[in-house]
Design a binder for this molecule. Sequence first.
Ligand code: ATP
Length: 133
Amino acid sequence: MKTFPLRIGTPDGLLFEGEVERVVARSITGDLAILAGHSNFCTALGMGEAHVVLPEGTRREAACIGGMLSMIDGSCSLLATTWEWKEDIDAERASAAKKRAEEKLARTGLTDREYRIAEAKLKRALVRLSVKQ
Ligand code: ATP
């Protein structure tokens, strides 16, 4: 299968640079898959499971939480707010974050801001747990 160059970065630095067969991530309008030869394209990323398929067929899974993806002249750049490879996700930490967020959301009298923060924390924890499964 044809490959293309991919760079994955976060504000902390470059996490991946190399040839891949495919990158799959969740954009703000739904899941997307980029293959070699994709037309020029740019989108904002949402929160969800992502993966890359390496040239020998190995699939590496990750949690991707926000950012931008672009495909320009055959080269793909994914700048994520947070990108965690499956093996780097701490499931106990995500479970604890999920529990804290659920407890917060069950309270009454939360401000809109508190509610939105707890909801976002719950979503991030659920994405991490689902990648880790
Ligand atoms: P927590 O309440 O556990 O901090 P959070 O969703 O608020 O969770 P973030 O603000 O999204 O955490 O992330 C802060 C930093 O911690 C980021 O660098 C992120 O990659 C890392 N991180 C958060 N949760 C985990 C986890 N379960 N496993 C590995 N890294 C994590």
